[in-house]
Design a protein around this ligand. Structure first.
Ligand code: GDP
Ligand code: IMO
Ligand code: MG
Length: 423
């Protein structure tokens, strides 16, 4: 079997959690391959709303294995809390959650370093979620980090101390107050003890053996392609490869084993944190998107910046990921707009029009060029199948499909599992 990959094509929060949960019954395994507690994936079903940060979004479907791969950075404290928060659902974590021994561990000092680095950047700060993501990946690449497997070693505490000494000297350089560390450490070590009871595995074997056995595996991306460390709006990005290739690295699956690539995008666009966003709106339309779409971060609660859909950016994401199917989310948020705009090109300062995703560091270089389309201007409550959509919405979908040269196979019209229309 091949492994399917699902990932966000914009700046995150496209609705990946909802779609993974929706598709999960078709799969035997759901696996996270990068990111960590910076992610917030929301699932809504049976009147319940739940946000997952590190645990894969297949966790509410029984008979399915959820795997956290080697490419993820894990905070044991967040894990402890997440599992605690799921207690009421009677999930058997011994049966359906597996964690790679090669996944990197986020230490309390990684979170302090995240804050120190952000503070030192002043108004150039990334707008990090401050979950310790960047510093943990830095240590992984620097070959000094700790991994999940290390917590089982007798000398774990010694290895921990070596790394923390290093971190403290950096914090001292930044004159960052680390006085809360002892309190953070005591919670951390409690969580580490709890963590030892989880299924700690060599997940590359689990996944490849599942594929060999004819099982269906879905890789769940976090963040979005425009936050990718290599191809995103650098340096305003996260510290991992959020793209399809990241699923190979982050799970130990060969590129030749990749099957469908599901690209998730909003019918408009959002971004949380700093960095360029050419189609960002600062007017009543942007405000309306934020209100109708409840655009506030699932992890940090920060208001998300809102704007029109950006085709050069989407085309770029489709290209670098090899997207085979598109899923368009949050169409209902645009229900009551007289006019819906689509950015088809960017205009450079000298008047040249380009359709390449091309951003300078502060986004001043490009001006979006829009095509205006008629809004559908009605609710979609009675829609049960694609044919029921208003004509203007079908025209919007067809226009995007033609431009993006990729089929839109699913349209989401609300946050609930059931508010999903297949095409
Ligand atoms: P993720 O990080 O990609 O999983 O997305 P988030 O969960 O951070 O943000 C998506 C938000 O939109 C969540 O609050 C979802 O419940 C919600 N959502 C998902 N699909 C739809 C939709 O089609 N319509 C509306 N109105 N909300 C949606
Ligand atoms: P999900 O999986 C949206 C953003 C942060 C910041 C930048 C770097 O829910 O889509 P980091 O904490 O990684 O150092 O932050 O990336 N960011 C996200 N934005 N959704 C996410 O995840 C994000 N994870 C990180 O806001 O701009
Ligand atoms: Mg999110």
């Amino acid at each position: 079997m091949k492994m399917d990959v699902l990932l966000g094509l914009q700046w995150g929060d496209e609705g990946k959690g909802k779609v993974v949960d929706y598709l999960a019954p078709k799969y035997d395994v759901v696996a996270r391959f990068q990111g960590g507690p910076n992610a917030g994936h929301t699932l809504e079903f049976d009147g319940i709303k739940h946000v997952l940060h590190q645990i894969p979004s297949g966790i509410f479907r029984s008979n399915l294995r959820n795997i956290i791969g080697n490419g993820v950075v894990l905070d044991p404290v967040v894990m402890n809390k997440e599992i605690e928060g799921l207690k009421k659902f009677n999930i058997d974590f011994k049966e359906n959650l597996f964690v790679s021994k090669k996944a990197a561990i986020i230490l309390p000092t990684h979170k302090l370093l995240d804050a120190a680095y952000e503070k030192s950047k002043g108004d150039k700060k990334i707008g990090s979620t401050l979950k310790g993501i960047g510093p943990t990946y830095q240590d992984k690449i620097g070959r000094v980090g700790l991994r999940v497997g290390d917590i089982l070693a007798d000398d774990f505490k010694d290895r921990y101390n070596v790394l923390v000494e290093r971190h403290l000297s950096i914090l001292e350089y930044y004159k960052f107050d680390a006085s809360e560390l002892p309190a953070l450490e005591s919670t951390f070590f409690e969580a580490v003890e709890f963590f030892k009871n989880l299924n700690l595995v060599e997940s590359e074997y689990e996944i490849n053996e599942a594929l060999e056995d004819g099982k269906k595996v879905l890789a769940e991306g976090a963040q979005g392609s425009l936050l990718d460390i290599d191809f995103g709006s650098y340096p305003y990005v996260t510290s991992s490869n959020t793209m399809t290739a990241g699923a190979c690295n982050g799970l130990g699956v060969a590129p030749s084993r990749i099957g469908e690539v599901f690209g998730i995008f909003k019918a408009y666009c959002t971004r949380v944190g700093g960095g360029p966003f050419p189609t960002e709106l600062f007017d009543a339309d942007g405000e309306k998107m934020r209100k109708e779409g409840n655009e506030f971060g699932s992890t940090t609660g920060r208001p998300r910046r809102c704007g029109w859909i950006d085709l050069p950016a989407l085309k770029y994401s489709i290209m670098i990921n090899g997207v085979s199917q598109l899923f368009m989310m949050k169409v209902d948020v645009l229900n009551f707009f007289e006019e819906v705009k689509v950015c088809t090109h960017y205009q450079l300062m000298d008047g040249t029009k380009i359709d390449r995703f091309s951003l300078d560091k502060d986004g001043q270089e490009v001006e979006p060029v829009y095509k205006s389309m008629k809004g559908w201007n009605c609710d979609l409550l009675s829609v049960e199948k694609y044919e029921d959509f208003p004509v203007a919405l079908k025209e919007y979908v067809t226009f995007l499909e033609n431009e993006l040269k990729t089929p839109i196979k699913m349209v989401s019209v609300g946050p609930d599992r059931k508010q999903t229309i297949l095409k």
